[in-house]
Design a protein around this ligand. Sequence first.
Ligand code: GDP
Ligand code: MN
Length: 377
Amino acid sequence: MNIHEYQAKECFRAAGIPVPPGEIATTPDEAEAIATRFGGMVVVKAQVHSGGRGKAGGVKLAKNAVEAREHAARILGMDIKGLTVEKVLVTPAEDIATEAYVGVLVDRKSQAATFMVSAEGGVDIEEVAATNPEAIRKLTVDPRYGILPHQAHWLANYLYDDPGLIKQATKIMMQLYRAFVDSGASMAEINPLITTPSGEVKAIDAKMSIDDSELFRRPGIEAMRDISSEPAAETRAREAGLSFVKLDGDVGCCVNGAGLAMATMDLVKYYGGEPANFLDIGGSSNPDKVVAALEIITSDPNVKVILFNIFGGITRCDDVANGIVEATRRIDIEPPIVIRLTGTNEEEALAILADAGFSAYTSMDDVVETAVKMAKA
Ligand code: GDP
Ligand code: MN
């Protein structure tokens, strides 16, 4: 789950990281009132789950409250990488001497939290990594001990020469690790971490992704979820208890079990097709889940065919068959449906499907090959 900059800043503040104050506005009037309260120059910042807001015109400096109002009027409702801006953060403008990058993320290769820091901040870190990888210092953190003071110092020392700045940045590295662990994050990033002409180190941007599996024990962070910022299909899938990931292909997949879902996607690729999604309807799937799954799959206009691949173990094939029939009764499903099911209550399922005019395959190869051909036709 992604959270907004203003929410990530709350987590950072809670861990002690120096972050300028800020307030949220949903209208130009509110932005003007907040800017008046702060006085002086402010920055108006689009709150969307995307980086590169600055380049897209979603971060604007305002000399006074009237200008803040004008910027807010322009930014609110703006489209940034397909996301509509519904809120802006109004925050006092900082004087910037330098901009650095500090990030920590779960690195799959080292299977641990890994810091990345670079004195080349403000810009895309992916770009620095691609064009100038030696400008990034990395540190893998041993989860048993967390980041140790000398390690934090080693990172800070890469960013600054001045002992005063190094001292502040060292503390910020430790605090960022704390915020990262306490929030159950998979990624926490400060870009830029600035120094001011008067020698202070501060985080003026904040980005965090939370590991979905950490949310159940962090209701405070779960409450930060902004449904308007996530794809509608993902919200619907989560509410229905389905594991769903949207992909770019045209073969809609509805499978029980994550392993079988992965194998099905592999087979779709093997036969020259492209899956439109990963969807695991879970173990004991009742008909309602199947209906929800079909609603989600058909909401994707790219889907040309719907492929069911069910291995009935705990899942009963007749439940799935009932779900398919029920769904076709409840909603208009345009793409053709091809079904393979085998296992528990297979006979009953085939009878239910036959009554409703469907036929089913037993071979996984056959059904996938057919689905791919239909998507291409
Ligand atoms: P992003 O583009 O989505 O990463 O948004 P940022 O919050 O990082 O802002 C983009 C850029 O705007 C920063 O790298 C700064 O150069 C500039 N900026 C943001 N806040 C301030 C500020 O308070 N003062 C000044 N002078 N520039 C700022
Ligand atoms: Mn940034």
